[in-house]
Design a protein around this ligand. Sequence first.
Ligand code: NDP
Length: 450
Amino acid sequence: MTMSAQQYVSSVLEKLIAKNPGELEFHQAAKEIMSSLELVIERHPEYIEANLLERFAEPERVVIFRVPWVDDMGRVQVNRGFRVQFNSAIGPYKGGLRFHPSVNLGIIKFLGFEQILKNSLTGLPIGGGKGGSDFDPKGKSDNEVMRFCQSFMTELYRHIGADVDVPAGDIGVGAREIGYLYGQYKRLTGQYTGVLTGKGLAYGGSLVRKEATGYGLIYFVDEMLRANGKGSFDGKKVVISGSGNVAIYAHEKATSMGAKVIAMSDSNGFIFDPNGVDLDTIKEIKEVNRQRISEYVKAHPHATYTEGCLGIWNIPCDIALPCATQNEIDAAAARTLVKNGCIAVGEGANMPSTIEATDIFLESGVLFGPGKAANAGGVATSALEMSQNSQRYMWTLEEVDAKLKNIMVNIFHAADEAAKEYDRPGNYVGGANIAGVQKVAEAMMQQGVV
Ligand code: NDP
């Protein structure tokens, strides 16, 4: 007897959970993705024959390695490094490196799995991967960060390459870390290639890459608002969690479009400034001085600082942009946002809403832009950086920004059309998963059992 699509998807998911015990974030991402893919499998029974989903859910390669380094006191420290090369059906592996004490294999696998679909959605030829370490750059000196990055790359360099696997930044990995990693790669291999993206402008970086995830998020949400007759960012009150790379440039673009950002956060707490959060102060605190966001109220005494992250979602707003980390909006926070009249949520972070929170947004008619679509501007611009490196050429700011905007608008419409085609109009979670998987599935089918 042949299996139904539903039976097939459940059996793949069951095996995935049994084979990867304890990898909770990976299970969560897989459940969310697989539940939408059931519809695709129904229309393509040949995928069951080819056992496509089980292959899709198994990384092509996982590398785990020791990263020893010496701190400023002369003590030997040991961290764990990861690179998950998940899927190369449509291009070289591509995805960021995360340095944060919470990093483990399950987190890197969830990020890598999502990355396959996100990269496909950009329309550019890039496969999915992700990596990182449980190293915490916070509180470390520049020399310690450099020694760690050099040790990390001393193992990683064997596994990456401009046509093989091209890492970039993520939480805890910004311009400083990419610079140290690139310097060590070049020293070890003697090659000047585009093996990392997010590089400094002086050595092969692309204009707009730093801003790309935040700007792209705003382009996506703006298109989502317009397509649904909800106006634009102009005049909207916005709450943004986080105050890192994605959050800062989301603020910059939203503000330039006439929105007022009234709250931001870090991993300790959040600030609320009813006059609009001053971005120059945030950049000074976070980008220049690497301090805590609580410093903000010293320069702006009318603003308030509250310890703890979750409370930020109690602030009434029109648009919520979670830009910090996974599972930062739970069911209770989602209900509060809906009750307070929030009309749209755009995920700058990866999987910041739990499955329950996502369901609450969808059931309440809140416009919901899932991370793999809404935050794809970073990786899209990384792919543009790769193109420029291959050509040994640099596009202007206007050129890159126009391409980014075009890609984000296209991603919105791809998710929107797939949602409509599969009878889920307005459900961009399902739409993004379906639109993202189509090209990857086709490529995997054409390449045989590999
Ligand atoms: P950064 O390291 O620049 O900033 C992260 C921000 O989130 C900081 O404000 C940090 O606070 C806060 N944060 C981190 N971990 C936690 C936590 N466990 N609880 C509460 N707050 C936390 O990272 P990015 O801005 O690059 O990344 C943010 C999110 O966006 C991540 O989910 C990432 O995967 C996603 N993303 C990033 C892309 C990029 O191009 N950079 C591309 C696509 C997605 P603190 O300062 O206290 O550490």
